[in-house]
Design a protein around this ligand. Structure first.
Ligand code: IVH
Length: 668
């Protein structure tokens, strides 16, 4: 090739890369795009074509390579040269004053200047730049060693692949997801029948720990840089540092300010207490840092946290809103639950529009009326709850709520059984109950049919494709394609998930049938004792109560389920479809064998010795269960080759991860 031609191409490539990074910065960091998406795509294409035609010009740090690295089987460990410490917390004005008093005592100063920053609620990461080029990035881990998530961080468009100064430094910051993007992400997951993320922080954490960078790239990750790890810069204060980082084109949050003394710090905390809710991202406090870096150095660290900084944490969020209406929801057992429809408010990262009111008695106890101003909070991490009604705000126009005399779905009379707080619809062919029954049957702990969530179940029922759980096994791809939001791919995925569920052990089927009072544990005991559905079906009350943990209430419910007119045709249907109606026998443990009863396994990636079904059968023989997705109830994630996102999730939840060798040990 002509040398000058190559040289010309090289110049062009360099110019294009610079331009692209420039536009990237304008768009993703400054939020001020100078060209439209189409023009940007053209530049990218031009660069890609040149890199394709001149392989010698390819460069792993080119903007064309942000996404596209191969999926990993596990993350490597990466040591932090300077430990990534956490922060001590202050929960009120006094604790902030104590912090200031200690800083003054240790420095001997009368007045200390602090730099106050927003505390972004995300995940701490470190980014290593060598001579201005982004080389490696890691999670915080235990503070000393993190996980090398370089591939995923490269997909974050706000992270420059190149600084505009060829410096070697380690930048530290917080990866997060905007509230609105989080809601969109969860909405998509709900449609796909996937487990929802509890909050934006969990969504960011889950995304950063994807082993396949293409999956991470599809997540709306963002970052704010707030400091440095190892560096050789000559800077005097945190404020100058932030300004300098900004000049390097790192994304810095601009809401910082210098405060003189603890009173100004407290004012700043108060100022953001409400204002923070208008930000597009979640913050959970204010980080207060001694501004002078020489003082930071002399104050140094305790084992866990620096003495020169503290995090003021805002109290858990409560919001006031209005009850627009109260409606009811019909569950699979016919229980009618009142639900408050609320004027939408954002609370803990999501927009809340409804809250369960549990039952009639609770509404009476809390005296909640339609039109009331109410205080809500989040119980646990996700479920919104009404704390109290603000009765002094009543106008007199509020209306008392009456539980319906008739079921809102099928109109049959509702009944409150003696001794129960719940009101029920007892019509066995009530549409709302039937849809909920489908959802329960398909749920993860029952037959585990991925993709069959409430929306799809409702559609199948109302389009008259399915009237009970047995009908699911007669569905074909062609019936599903063309339904709302059902592409051919999702249709065939759903059909194969249904097909796959046929092999489940009996206990899952028993649980999935939704017999009153028969939870997972009772289902397991019943399956173990009777071994087959036929035998269970013919069991009398006495035989049932022979099982130590099955009392008369459960026994009665089981007998009456099998006596109900609808049950027999349903079971016949299931028999015809080839659904497994037997419980695999639990082997008696031989000496040296490990008892796996009650353990929950999830398999991810392929194994050398067994197919997924063989491996599942092996653990089930030993009394364990297999689930298709990881949750906090999972005991073991068995990681085969290319394990994918389940591994990430297991890490996130602290589930024990075992490799194939360990698995072989467990079952040998
Ligand atoms: S400075 C040694 N500044 O809060 C001090 N941290 O427990 C390092 N965070 O792990 C932290 N926003 O993930 C600092 N503006 C900010 C921050 C911030 C969020 C996180 C960070 C850290 C945790 C403190």
């Amino acid at each position: 090739m002509d040398n000058s031609e190559l040289e010309k191409a090289r110049q062009k490539v360099l110019t294009l890369r610079r331009k692209i990074e420039e536009h990237n910065y304008n768009y993703h960091v400054l939020d001020r795009p100078l060209i439209d998406d189409h023009k940007f795509d053209q530049l990218m294409r031009e660069l890609q074509e040149l890199e394709d035609s001149y392989p010698e010009l390819q460069d792993p740090d080119s903007p064309t390579r942000r996404v596209g690295a191969e999926p990993l089987s596990a993350f490597e460990a990466l040591d932090h040269k300077v430990p990534m410490l956490g922060l001590d917390n202050a929960f009120n004005k006094e604790e902030l004053a104590d912090f200031d008093a200690r800083v003054r005592r240790l420095t001997g100063l009368d007045m200390v200047e602090y730099l106050c920053e927003l505390k972004i609620d995300g995940l701490a990461v470190s980014l290593q730049y060598e001579e201005g080029v982004f080389k490696r990035g890691a999670t915080r881990g235990d503070g000393y060693t993190g996980e090398d998530i370089t591939q995923n961080l490269r997909t974050v468009r706000q992270i420059p692949l190149q600084l505009n100064d060829p410096l070697t430094l380690e930048a530290r910051g917080e990866v997060y997801i905007n509230r609105s993007a989080f809601e969109q992400l969860n909405q998509k997951r709900e449609e796909q029948g996937l487990i929802l993320f509890a909050n934006p922080r969990n969504a960011a954490a889950g995304s950063l720990r994807q082993l396949d960078p293409r999956l991470a790239a599809a997540r709306p990750l963002r970052i704010f840089i707030y400091g440095l790890g190892e560096h050789y810069l000559n800077i005097t204060g945190q404020k100058e540092l932030l300004a300098y980082l900004e000049k390097l084109r790192l994304p810095v949050n601009s809401n910082y300010t210098v405060c003189c003394g603890p009173d100004e710090v407290w004012q700043y905390c108060l100022e953001w207490q409400e204002k923070r809710h208008n930000l597009p991202y979640e913050t959970d406090g204010i980080v207060v840092k001694v501004n002078r870096l020489d003082l930071q150095k002399s104050l140094a660290n305790t084992a866990r946290s620096p003495r020169w900084a503290i995090a003021y944490k805002y109290p858990p969020e409560e919001k006031t809103t209005r009850v627009l209406n109260i409606g009811v929801n019909v569950g699979r057992t016919g229980v009618i639950t009142p639900v408050a429809f609320l004027e939408p408010v954002s609370l803990g990262g999501t927009t809340v529009q409804r809250a369960s009111l549990h039952n009639e008695d609770l509404i009476a106890e809390k005296d909640i009326m339609i039109g009331d101003t109410v205080v809500i909070h989040k119980a646990g991490e996700i479920i919104p709850e009404v704390v109290r009604a603000e009765k002094d705000k009543r106008s007199g126009k509020e209306k008392k709520f009456q539980m319906p005399r008739n079921c809102p779905s099928c109109d049959s009379q509702t009944i409150r059984l003696s001794g129960e707080a719940a009101l029920r619809c007892i019509n066995p062919s009530c549409p709302a109950q039937l849809v909920e029954k489908l959802v329960h049957f398909a749920s993860r702990r029952a037959m585990d049919i991925e993709g069959l969530g409430p929306a799809i179940a409702g559609m199948l029922y109302f389009k008259e494709l399915v009237s009970d759980v047995g009908d699911l096994y007669f569905l074909g791809v062609e019936q599903l394609t063309g339904l709302d939001r059902m592409a051919e791919k999702s249709a065939s995925n759903l059909i194969s998930a249904i097909e796959h569920s046929k092999k489940n052990p009996l206990r899952r089927l028993i649980f999935g049938l939704g017999i009153s009072f028969v939870g997972e544990k009772a289902a397991r005991l019943l399956a173990k004792k009777f071994g087959s559905l036929d035998r269970l079906q013919n069991a009398g009350k006495e035989e049932l109560t022979e099982i130590a943990e099955i009392g008369p209430k459960i026994a009665e419910a089981v007998v009456s389920f099998f006596d109900t007119a609808e049950t027999r045709p349903l079971l016949d249907k299931l028999r015809r479809t080839g659904v497994n109606l037997n419980e695999p026998e639990v082997k008696t443990l031989q000496k040296g064998e490990i008892d796996l009863s009650g353990k929950v396994f999830v398999f991810s990636g392929s194994m050398d010795k067994y197919t997924r079904d063989q491996a599942a059968a092996l653990v089930e023989e030993r009394g364990a269960q297999v689930s298709s997705s990881v949750s906090k109830n999972t005991d073991y994630l068995v990681a085969g080759a290319e394990p994918g996102s389940k591994l990430t999730k297991a890490r996130e939840l602290g589930v024990e991860i075992i490799d194939q060798n360990r698995f072989n040990d467990l079952i040998s």
